[in-house]
Design a protein around this ligand. Structure first.
Ligand SMILES: NC(=O)c1ccc[n+]([C@@H]2O[C@H](COP(=O)([O-])OP(=O)(O)OC[C@H]3O[C@@H](n4cnc5c(N)ncnc54)[C@H](O)[C@@H]3O)[C@@H](O)[C@H]2O)c1
Length: 455
């Protein structure tokens, strides 16, 4: 049963002075979401329910997490949201785009993630969020089609229309700052090409309707041109491209991605580091998923599945470093399957069979059967990313970096600077995130050395 609790109330955030390099989170923060499906509606409905005190923000680091400061003996462990100036939930306002006309209430009802009683309580609020016409092209998501789609002379014209939407929302909502979160469907597999190399090539590509420019890239381009930070919740290339990194740095609009790390990959990035830490070998990892939501239907198309597969497969290789440990990890059979199975709806089952070996090569097996809820796991990630990306844009040290690698914690396939391998280990990612916050606030970084306790 969903947890219900006390009103969250307006928290007293630690005041931020411009002098410590972070401007305060004053005024409304507008959240713009391409793709108003299961994840987006579970996130928005959840935020509203939490604001009204009828549910708790479980799974959200920004709302429930603490951060240790100084020595273990110092006893200083504030809430993260009291330590860095994050926008309070009360200040969030929302809009989105979708190819269907359903408002957020209708879409949440269709998604079937949240209970009808909860949705009824916040119905007028959700009904007020209606989708803007989407930039959409069936060539990039074969299993979908819908009526609420923009028309334009070319892709540049469509990008201009999204930019106009952004400006309109900024004005009509009174938002001081904006963040865009891609919660749209997984697009077909695309490789980066010359058209993505520079702003000049990309803009020419937009005008010439280049086929390697997918709709998600059009939203991202529009956001970054408007100085709006962008996070990519799907495994699409979208901002994982030189042109977007160039725009992001130039316009001080941070980016991060890609593909929310929710169920099976979350488990993988917990278990694999444990095997490596103990020098246990791995011979095979078979992962299968059954899910029956719209995301599952989209992923049933081989093109969209390939995009997802690439994102899911990279994890083990990076964590286990077979080149360094050929005896242990040089011959792994890693398979990922996703099967569309309508009876399960959003309640996915992720099943893993793991073949490991230990002392003298003796084999062992581990089975993980995660009966999870996709959007329940994804919604708090969306919330944290919204708040942290907004923080990044207000922090002098972060806003010019482009890629926010410290947010790897939330992604299956974290973006990094060119030539740098990603950190997939959840606990390294968590330490990186918290140390970034400590660094921003001029606190000592935590190394876990701890010899001083024995002096
Ligand atoms: N839920 C999870 O655990 C999880 C984890 C990682 C990644 N993701 C990704 O997040 C995304 C959203 O997942 P979901 O379960 O909400 O899927 P969903 O199918 O319920 O929602 C996606 C929505 O995007 C809309 N859409 C598609 N293309 C669009 C476009 N070009 N412009 C505007 N709207 C568009 C669809 O009409 C749909 O309403 C998917 O790409 C999924 O792969 C989800």
């Amino acid at each position: 049963m969903p947890a219900r609790g006390k009103p969250a109330g307006r928290t007293t955030h630690r005041a931020s002075k411009a002098s410590d390099g972070i401007t305060p989170a004053k005024g409304k923060l507008g959240v713009m979401i391409p793709g108003m499906g299961a994840v987006a509606t579970t996130f928005v409905a959840g935020v509203e329910a939490i604001r009204r005190g009828i549910a708790r923000p479980i799974g959200s680091l920004t709302q429930m997490g603490t951060i240790r400061l100084g020595k273990r003996t110092a006893g200083k462990t504030p809430l993260i949201r009291d330590f860095v100036p994050l926008a309070p939930l009360e200040d969030l306002v929302f809009t989105g785009w979708d190819i269907f006309h359903d408002n957020m209430y209708e879409s949440a009802m269709n998604a079937g993630v949240l209970e009808r009683t909860l949705l009824t309580e916040i119905r007028p609020f959700l009904q007020g969020i209606k989708p803007r016409a989407a930039v959409f092209d069936r060539n990039y998501v074969k299993r979908l089609d819908g009526p609420n789609v923009k028309k334009g002379r070319n892709k540049m014209d469509l990008a201009e229309q999204v930019r106009a939407d952004i400006r309109e929302f900024r004005q009509s909502s009174g938002a001081e700052r904006l963040v865009m979160m891609w919660c749209g469907s997984t697009e077909t597999f695309i490789q980066a090409g010359e058209v993505h190399d520079s702003l000049k090539c990309f803009e020419e590509g937009l005008r010439k309707n280049h086929s390697q420019i997918a709709p998600s890239m059009i939203y991202a381009y529009a956001a970054l041109q408007e100085g709006v930070p962008f996070a990519n919740g799907a495994p699409n290339l979208t901002v994982d491209l030189p042109v977007m990194q160039e725009l992001s740095r130039r316009n001080e609009a941070p980016i991060c991605g890609k593909d929310f790390k929710t169920g099976q990959t979350l488990m993988k990035t917990v278990l694999a580091p444990a095997f490596k830490a103990r020098m246990l070998g791995l011979s095979g990892w078979y992962s299968t998923n059954i899910l029956g939501n719209r995301d599952g239907e989209v992923l049933d198309d081989p093109g969209s599945f390939k995009t997802k597969e690439e994102s899911k497969l990279g994890v083990l290789e990076h964590i286990l470093q077979p080149d360094k440990y050929p005896e242990l990890y040089g011959n792994i059979f890693h398979k990922v399957r996703i099967n569309y199975y309508p009876p399960r709806g959003d309640n996915k089952e992720g099943w893993d069979n793991i073949d490991i070996f230990g002392w003298l090569g003796y084999p062992m097996q581990i089975k993980v059967d995660f009966l999870c809820r996709d959007s329940i796991l994804a919604a708090p990630i969306v919330l944290d990313l919204v708040l942290f990306l907004d923080l990044a844009q207000r922090a002098t040290e972060l806003k010019r970096l482009g890629i926010q690698e410290w947010l790897s914690f939330y992604f299956k396939s974290p973006m990094t600077a060119p030539g740098l391998y990603p950190e997939h280990d959840l606990f390294i990612q968590s330490m990186k995130l918290k140390n970034t916050l400590r660094h921003l606030r001029g606190e000592e970084l935590i190394t876990h050395l701890g010899l001083e306790y024995y002096d």
